[in-house]
Design a protein around this ligand. Structure first.
Ligand SMILES: Nc1ncnc2c1ncn2[C@@H]1O[C@H](COP(=O)(O)OP(=O)(O)OP(=O)(O)O)[C@@H](O)[C@H]1O
Ligand SMILES: [Mg+2]
Length: 358
C-alpha cells in the first residue's frame, strides 16, 4: 500500500524553496557589472590594503541585498584576510544593536546582557587586530542609520583604521539615492563612497529571471511561458521589481497545487490578486503579512492615530507585544505603505509618533 506521504507528492513543485523570497540564487542575472564593481572596491583587503567603501542604491526588488550578500560569500572564500558581516539596519539600528550584530559575525562572543556599545566596539577592534583581518560590513537599509544619533556608527566604522588600527570596508545599501546628502559633512568625507546603481528590471529581464527560477523550482511543464510572462508583467507594473514577480509565480504555484493540478493556469495567477480592491491586491502581492494587514486595516478604519492608540487597538484584536507591532509599523513604513511623523501633543513635553496609511 502506498504510504500517506506518497500521496502528498507535489503536482507542480520540484523544489518549492527555490521560489521563496529568502532563497539566495547562486547566480545573479543581469548584475555582473554591478557585482564586479562592488568586488573591485573590496579586493584590496586580500593584499592588506584598505577597502573602498561602496554605496549601492536602486528601487526595491532589484537585487541589491542579494548582490551584496553574494559579494560577502565570495570574498570570504577568496581571502583569509577579511571577515564579513551583514546587518539589516531596519532590524538593528542602534549603535548597540549594530555593533552586537557585527561582533557576533566576527566571532566575538558577548555575554547576553550588560555590555555597552563602546565596549562591544572595542572588542570588535581588538578581535580584528588580533586576527589581523579587515572587516567587510554590509549595512543593508542604511538609510535607517544615516540620520540622527545612529549616524555616528558610520563615522566610527569609517574612522576606525585611523583611530584604532582596525580596518572596516562598508557596503551601504539603500533605496534612497541621495543618502549621502543627509549626512554630516565630516561623516561624508570619511566615508568617500563609490556609487553603484541598480536600475529597475526591464520586463524581458524579469521574464528571464523567472524562467530560470521556474526551471529549478517547478516540475517540467508546470509553468508555461505565458504564465511566466504574466507574473513578469506584475513585477514590471510594480516598478521592475523581481520580488513581486517571483512572489506572484510562487503563489500561483501554490494555488495550482491546492487545486490538485499539474499545470498553473491564468486563474491561479489572478487568484493571488483576487482580494477586494485593487490597492489591497497590490499590497498582498508585495508581501504584506497577515499581522501587517491588520495594522493597515486598523489605520484605514481610524485614520491617522498615535502609535500608542494603534498598539492598543491592535493588541485588543490580536495580542502580541508592543515591540512586535512596532516592527510591523517600521516594516510597512519602509515599504512606504504607511506614513509616520513625529508630533508634540499640546501641553506635553514629550513627542509622539503619528501613523497613517500612505
Ligand atoms: N538578477 C536576479 N536574478 C535572480 N534573482 C533575483 C535577481 N534580482 C533579484 N532577484 C530575486 O528577487 C528578490 C528581491 O531581491 P533583493 O532582495 O536582492 O532586492 P533588493 O534590491 O534588496 O530590494 P529592497 O530594496 O526591497 O531590499 C530576491 O528573492 C532575489 O532572489
Ligand atoms: Mg534589500
Amino acid at each position: 500500500m502506498a504510504g500517506i506521504f506518497d500521496n502528498l507528492q507535489s503536482g507542480v513543485f520540484r523544489d518549492e524553496r527555490v521560489l521563496l523570497p529568502e532563497y539566495q540564487p547562486p547566480q545573479l542575472m543581469f548584475r555582473a557589472e554591478q557585482v564586479q564593481a562592488i568586488a573591485r572596491c573590496m579586493q584590496g583587503v586580500a593584499r592588506g590594503q584598505p577597502p573602498q567603501n561602496v554605496f549601492i542604491y536602486g528601487p526595491t526588488g532589484t537585487g541589491k541585498t542579494t548582490a551584496s550578500r553574494l559579494v560577502l560569500t565570495e570574498l570570504s572564500e577568496f581571502t583569509e584576510k577579511a571577515v564579513t558581516a551583514y546587518v539589516n539596519c531596519w532590524e538593528s539600528y542602534s549603535r548597540q544593536a549594530v555593533f552586537s550584530t557585527i561582533a557576533d559575525q566576527v566571532g566575538e562572543a558577548l555575554p547576553k546582557r550588560g555590555v555597552g556599545a563602546d565596549e562591544i566596539f572595542s572588542r570588535i577592534v581588538q578581535r580584528l587586530k588580533y586576527d589581523r583581518k579587515a572587516c567587510i560590513v554590509v549595512l543593508d537599509e542604511a538609510d535607517r542609520v544615516a540620520t540622527g544619533e545612529s549616524a555616528t556608527i558610520l563615522y566610527e566604522l569609517s574612522r576606525a583604521a585611523e583611530n584604532h588600527g582596525a580596518s572596516f570596508g562598508l557596503i551601504l545599501v539603500s533605496n534612497v539615492p541621495d543618502l549621502a546628502a543627509g549626512l554630516d559633512s565630516r561623516i561624508k568625507s570619511s566615508l568617500r563612497l563609490e556609487k553603484v546603481e541598480f536600475k529597475k528590471y526591464l520586463p524581458s529581464q524579469l521574464k528571464e529571471i523567472l524562467a530560470a527560477r521556474a526551471k529549478e523550482g517547478f516540475l517540467p511543464g508546470a509553468a508555461s511561458e505565458d504564465i511566466i510572462g504574466l507574473c513578469a508583467a506584475f513585477g514590471a507594473k510594480a516598478g521592475g521589481d523581481a520580488r513581486v514577480a517571483l512572489e506572484a509565480l510562487w503563489k500561483a504555484g501554490r494555488n495550482a497545487e491546492k487545486r490538485g493540478a499539474k499545470r498553473i493556469d491564468e486563474s491561479d495567477v489572478r487568484a493571488s490578486y483576487a482580494v477586494a480592491g485593487e490597492w489591497k491586491k497590490e499590497q498582498r502581492l508585495s508581501g504584506v503579512s497577515e499581522p501587517e494587514q491588520l495594522v493597515l486595516d486598523i489605520l484605514t478604519k481610524h485614520g491617522e492615530m498615535t502609535s500608542g492608540a494603534l498598539y492598543e487597538k491592535y493588541m485588543a484584536l490580536n495580542g502580541e507585544s508592543e515591540r512586535q507591532i512596532r516592527n510591523y509599523v517600521n516594516s510597512l513604513e519602509k515599504r512606504k505603505l504607511v506614513l509616520v511623523r513625529e508630533a508634540q501633543p499640546e501641553g506635553s513635553r514629550g513627542k509622539t509618533r503619528l501613523v497613517k496609511t500612505a
